[in-house]
Structure formats: C-alpha cells, structure tokens
Design a protein around this ligand. Structure first.
Ligand SMILES: [Zn+2]
Ligand SMILES: [Zn+2]
Ligand SMILES: [Zn+2]
Length: 255
C-alpha cells in the first residue's frame, strides 16, 4: 500500500488570488476554501463523497485495478481478488477492511465500533485514572484479550473473559460473565484490551465489550481503558500478575 501524499506549495501569485478569492467568497478557513474548490472541480456538493472515493482509490491494487479484499499478515501486503494468493498459502491471510486498513477474521471491530459510536456511550479512562480506580477497589475489571496476550501478564484482580466469549453463550468465559452480572451488576465495570500502535487510544475490543454489556445486560456504569493494556503496562510495569501467580494467590486466599 503506497501512501503518496501531495506536498502543497503555492507560488506567491496563486496565493494572492487565493486570499482574494477567500475574502470574496467569505471563507475564513483554508481547508474550507479548498474543499469548495474541489467540490466544484469534481462536480459535487458532497465533500464526504469525494473523501470516500479518494480512500477507495488509494486502496486499489495497481496491477489488477481492483480493490484490496485480503491482507497477508506475514508479508504485510494487501491483495485484490486477482493477486496470486498461492504465494501466501502457508501465511496468515485475513479479510481486509479498506476503511480502517486492517485485517479481520469475521467482522472489522473498528467498523462495528464506528456504527455504535454516538449511540452507546462508553467513556474512556486513561492509565492513571485506571490505576486510581484499581487502588480504590470495588470495581469489576474485565480483560478481553486473547489467551496468549493475557498469559504475558494482566492487571491483578481482573477477570479474563475473551472478547469472543462475551458474545458466545455456553463458553467458559460467558459463564464467568453471567456469575459476575448476578453478583455485581451495580458496580462499575472497566474493560481492558491490548491496544495497538496503529490505532492508539481507540481500544476496539474493550469498547465493543463494554457496549455489549451495557446494552445486553443493562450494566450502566461501564468504561474502557484508553490505549489498552500495552500502554498501561508501559506506564506502570510493576502492576502486573501472571497466570502462575494467581494460582498461588488463590491458594493462599483459601488457606
Ligand atoms: Zn491485485
Ligand atoms: Zn504472505
Ligand atoms: Zn473497518
């Protein structure tokens, strides 16, 4: 995926006319004026339509002139339906979301989150706020990361319920969830996912899990960790527990 960007250089005469044109048309903002010009240039009134088209064409396979539909995670290469997938047969190939430019297995979580945003309110907590809440206690922390991410360490006293288990009844995770709901529905619930450097601050899995719980089970006080566990762990590396630690802790609690 090449990301060619135009560098904007304006010669002095063009700038003079541009300033004059802006004042004549009463636009105060540079981008707004450019948008008006672009709309005229492409015979449309709808800038969002132009934006869509621009994004779509950026995500086209130059060789086959078709939009990308798959991505090979191993080669970090997007593929159109005509690209040779045999080259990636033993690789991890996923569907490609050409809005968010990410791979996904069943549904793009970022698209799903965009659909819910503005409809369900899920506040974000930053790492410092989460630490304060954690120290206060009396809050339900749900870690929605995958098994391998979770095994690398997690927030002590949090519950591990994989994101997929929140929606899949009859899973172990879902049973833990049902028990927690019975006992703690009036508490605040905070959701933690891994976080990614590509979309910092926008934790898709934790956000969706929180939105699910809020709408499906009427848990009113939900929030999710901004930047995810990876960001929290960078800030507070000492607040961590490993799967083996918790076994010891459970035993010492029992005794
Ligand atoms: Zn292609
Ligand atoms: Zn590959
Ligand atoms: Zn998407």
């Amino acid at each position: 995926m090449t990301n060619k960007r135009a560098s904007i250089v304006i010669d002095s005469e063009t700038k003079e006319v541009f300033d004059w044109s802006m004042s004549k048309k009463g636009t105060r903002n540079f981008s707004e004026h450019i948008r008006k010009l672009l709309n005229r240039f492409h015979d449309t009134e709808d800038f969002s339509q132009l934006l869509k088209e621009a994004r779509k064409s950026k995500l086209f396979c130059e060789k086959h002139k078709k939009p990308f539909t798959l991505i090979c995670k191993d080669c970090e290469v997007a593929l159109c339906p005509d690209c040779n997938i045999n080259l990636h047969q033993t690789h991890q190939v996923q569907f490609f979301c050409n809005i968010h430019e990410v791979g996904y297995q069943t549904t793009c979580m970022l698209c799903e989150r965009d659909r819910w945003e503005g409809i369900v309110d899920v506040p974000l907590l930053n790492a410092v706020e989460l630490k304060e809440k954690w120290e206060l206690g009396n809050i339900i922390f749900i870690d929605v990361r995958g098994d391998s991410e979770w095994k690398e360490g997690y927030l002590p006293n949090s519950y591990h319920i994989k994101w997929i288990d929140i929606r899949l009844k009859n899973t172990d995770g879902h049973k833990i969830l049902e028990d927690l709901i019975k006992e703690h529905r009036d508490k605040q619930w905070i959701f933690i996912s891994q976080g990614s450097s590509r979309h910092p601050g926008k934790p898709a899995r934790a956000w969706l899990a929180a939105a699910d719980i809020k709408t499906m089970y009427h848990i009113n006080e939900v929030a999710c960790l901004e930047g995810g566990w990876s960001n929290f762990h960078l800030k507070f590396p000492d607040i961590i527990e490993y799967p083996n630690d918790s076994n010891h802790k459970l035993e010492s609690r029992r005794s």
